[in-house]
Design a protein around this ligand. Structure first.
Ligand SMILES: [Cu+2]
Length: 325
């Protein structure tokens, strides 16, 4: 209903605007003036409007949005590599804002200063090599180091040593997540979607010797300070495993296994102290993967080794849940 009303208001406003222009045109005809002729009065109005909207209102709205939306920004990263991503983000944002707050006021001011004037003729030139060089070389000099810096950060975070990491599978399907712990052998049993049947919802091959001690869970528990290697699979379409507080995101692609290794640095309890009792680490899907995409949310808990051990020992292994064929 609100949508229809907003649509109606926009449509009526457009009709009013067109009619006003039409009235203006008719008045000009009565006065015997050319309605398309731009005079200095029009130029002044346009110049002042452009300066007030683009220069003053737009910049004020940018500052207001920083203040208003700023509180929704993610807390500092809760993972080791996440801190390097935060720094990259801050450097990039600082650079963008520095350029923005210089160029935008100049643009607005020039729009007003060099507005049309019947006594002044615009200088026309076709080409200027110095200008072309300046606006090609300066952005290249600034952007090249930034891109190299970004690529280095990406290389570092995707090439971490995962030999001592605890292996956990994140299994995506429309529309939920399931986690599979690799058990005492720290090796996930082989799996194939063709084996998905009844209780074996992840299609684990129970004839594989590594499968028996695997544990399927509806929550992800991680030990603070201990490296973890997430292996992602998808059953149907491309999903994206997104753990915003750890600055982790990786696509889950049907037919292949993707992975991401990281080390959490803060427990859920510590984060609740900082951010309030409602705080939870979450795993989300960051691909619009279908109608109930928003359902793809799973709780992630970071805790001490003791709490983790108590939890994992209370979980059932696949050997105990599925019968071996
Ligand atoms: Cu999804």
């Amino acid at each position: 209903m609100t949508g229809i009303l907003i649509g109606l208001i926009i449509a009526v406003s457009l009709i009013v605007l067109v009619q006003l222009l039409r009235v203006n045109e008719l008045i000009s005809q009565v006065k015997n003036e050319d309605p398309n002729l731009v005079n200095d009065e029009d130029n002044n109005t346009q110049g002042i409007l452009a300066f007030s909207i683009m220069g003053v209102l737009f910049l004020a709205s940018v500052l207001w949005q920083f203040k208003y939306w700023g509180i929704h920004i993610l807390p500092p990263a809760s993972s080791i590599h996440g801190a390097t991503i935060d720094t990259l983000m801050r450097v990039t944002l600082a650079l963008i804002l520095f350029v923005f707050f210089i160029t935008q006021p100049i643009l607005a001011w020039f729009t007003l200063k060099y507005r049309g004037n019947s006594k002044r003729k615009a200088y026309y030139f076709v080409h200027n090599n110095k200008l072309e060089l300046a606006w090609t070389i300066i952005p290249s000099l600034v952007l090249t180091p930034l891109i190299i810096y970004g690529l280095n950060v990406w290389n570092d975070i995707t090439n971490t040593d995962t030999s001592n990491s605890k292996v956990i599978e994140l299994y995506a399907k429309q529309f939920n997540w399931t986690a599979r712990y690799s058990g005492d052998d720290n090796t996930l049993g082989k799996a194939n979607f063709k084996l998905v049947e009844g209780l074996n919802e992840l299609g684990v091959n129970m004839n594989d010797e590594n499968a028996g001690d695997d544990i399927i869970t509806r929550e992800v528990h991680l030990v603070v300070g201990e490296p973890v290697l997430l292996k992602m699979r998808s059953q149907d379409v491309i999903h994206s495993a997104f753990l915003p507080h750890f600055r982790v995101q990786m696509n889950c692609v049907p037919g292949m296994i993707t992975q991401f290794g990281f080390t959490p640095t803060q427990t859920t309890a510590e984060m609740k102290n900082q951010e309030g009792d409602d705080f939870e680490f979450v795993l989300l899907c960051n691909k619009i993967c279908g109608a109930a995409h928003y359902n793809m949310k799973m709780k992630v808990i970071v805790e001490s080794q003791d709490d983790y051990d108590a939890w994992i020992y209370s979980q059932k292994t696949l050997k105990n849940t599925l019968t071996v064929k």
